[in-house]
Design a protein around this ligand. Structure first.
Ligand code: URP
Ligand code: ZN
Ligand code: ZN
Length: 471
């Protein structure tokens, strides 16, 4: 029988959500076996098949991106990253787990949707992955199916107050799904925008000849995000269910979350790098370039960013995910030339999240530990993966990133690995860069060379949300 491979990472500053320590890490096979103070007798005595020198570098848990859409059918086309290309790009950016959204189509079962997403991802992924389920058709059968999915590790369900005619659920359906979740331990994730009102404003804008991408942001009013967030919170209270609001972008919506959390409710919020670093000014770029920035909720005027950063510090927003849903500018975003409502909604970003949040550390907006909490530990806890994922501790999966905090880079489509023909952050200079990535003890990125393989990534059944009282 072959001996378990041992890797030692020496000399780095180990950062988790809880601590910053100069420690060496011993990895045996797929898991972390031990941490010991750098220079200690214990660490000096470790023998290894491979030693990684992390002197002058950070050693952090692999990122957990809890919101991606690989190969998502949307807006008459498909998100341009496959599970193969998207998970490889994620690894390049220091993310070692994604939770993607399986889609239930109207008239079909949750089982069919989940099986279809397993078939897309199986043997394709460079890193580990789990699934949430998009609930597009709430009915007696699908409500019962929710229980089965929770039991088999798909423990969160996204509902949409937006996109009438596509994924939209009315308040009655939302309440029923929340009631079910309150009984089975599932977590309802909400796309909180009043889609019925937005569609009225879309129709009026187009009738007035307002067809450019910037009107996407204007009709999807901040107040309609706040109103939907408020309504989702009240429905969750009535159902006695926890609630996680995805891709929060408006200061007014943050205020609704903060109020709910001040009341002690199990209400959580997520934002994304695009809302922290981009704005409605990008949506207003000339010559249809604004289409590159069309996503929902939309990019907001720059004034909203201060409220988002503050909420990340106060934990009124607990998770930063990417909502990675890339569409190429040529051939895909172009579907909406002359009619902003036909531009496929979504932005690329799975490769950029860890670096952009580190840039926030460099700029003094977040501490290093909060960086790791928002990008690794909190998403793992929120979606039942902790401490297997999201931290560096004995027994945890050896998903480890050696991060060079001093390297400078310029983000660009020329050098990124996502399968999309533009970068939302083109030309942005950031300090810090991923150097080496291990997933369950195997090298995926080795000193900035990709050495991973499609099929290494394994499906991760998840437990229920670990932030709920009593868990
Ligand atoms: O624009 C976005 N966010 N596209 C992906 C689908 C969603 O609503 O998350
Ligand atoms: Zn959404
Ligand atoms: Zn999304």
């Amino acid at each position: 029988m072959s001996r378990t491979a041992r890797t030692v990472i020496r000399g780095g500053l180990v950062i988790t959500a809880a601590d910053e320590v100069h420690a060496d890490i011993l990895i045996e096979g797929p898991r972390i076996a031990a941490l010991a103070a750098h220079g200690s007798q214990a660490a000096a005595g470790w023998s290894a098949d491979r030693t990684i020198d992390a002197t002058g570098k950070y050693v952090v848990p692999g990122g957990v991106d809890a919101h991606t859409h690989m190969e998502m059918p949307f807006g008459g086309t498909f998100a341009s990253d496959s599970f193969a290309t998207g998970t490889r790009a994620a690894a390049w950016g220091g993310t070692t787990t994604i939770i993607d959204f399986a889609v239930q189509s109207v008239g079909h079962s949750l089982r069919e949707g989940l099986d279809a997403w397993h078939a897309k991802a199986d043997a394709q992924c460079a890193i580990d992955y789990g699934f949430h389920m998009i609930l597009a058709d709430v009915n007696e059968h699908t409500l019962k199916e929710m229980d089965l999915l929770v039991e088999e590790g798909c423990t969160s369900f996204k509902l949409f107050m937006a996109y009438p005619g596509v994924f939209y659920s009315d308040d009655g359906k939302i309440l029923r799904a929340m009631q079910r979740a309150s009984g089975n331990g599932g977590l309802i994730m909400m796309h909180a925008e009043n889609g019925i009102a937005i569609d009225v404003l879309v129709e009026q804008a187009l009738a007035a000849g307002h067809t450019d991408p910037r009107y996407h942001g204007e009709v999807r009013r901040a107040l309609l995000e706040a109103e939907a967030t408020h309504r989702a919170i009240q429905l969750a209270r009535v159902a006695g269910a926890p609630l996680y609001v995805v891709h929060v972008s408006a200061a007014e919506a943050v205020a609704e979350l903060a109020h709910a959390r001040d009341l002690g409710l199990d209400v959580f919020g997520e934002t994304c790098p695009q809302y922290l670093f981009l704005s409605a000014d990008d949506l207003a770029r000339p010559d249809f370039e604004g289409a590159k920035y069309v996503c929902s909720t939309p990019l907001r005027p720059v004034e909203h960013q201060a409220a988002l950063w503050r909420a990340l510090r106060t934990d009124d927003l607990s998770v930063v995910s990417t909502d990675h849903c890339p569409f190429c500018f040529y051939g895909q975003k172009e579907l909406g030339r002359g009619d902003f409502s036909r531009i496929p909604n979504g932005l690329p970003g799975v490769e950029n999240r860890m670096d952009l949040l580190h840039q926030a550390v460099v700029e003094g907006k977040l501490t290093r530990r909060r960086w790791i909490e928002l990008a690794c530990a909190a998403p793992a806890r929120m979606f039942g993966l902790y401490p297997r994922k999201g931290t560096l501790a004995p027994g945890a999966d050896a998903d480890v990133v050696v991060y060079d905090p001093h390297a400078e880079q310029v983000i660009s489509a020329e050098s990124h690995h996502m399968n999309v023909d533009y970068s939302a952050y083109e030309g942005k200079r950031v300090t810090g860069r991923v150097e080496t990535v291990l997933s369950r003890g195997e090298l995926v990125i080795d000193a900035r060379s990709y050495v991973g393989r499609a099929g290494h990534g394994q499906y991760q059944p998840r437990g229920i949300c670990q932030y709920l009282t009593g868990h």
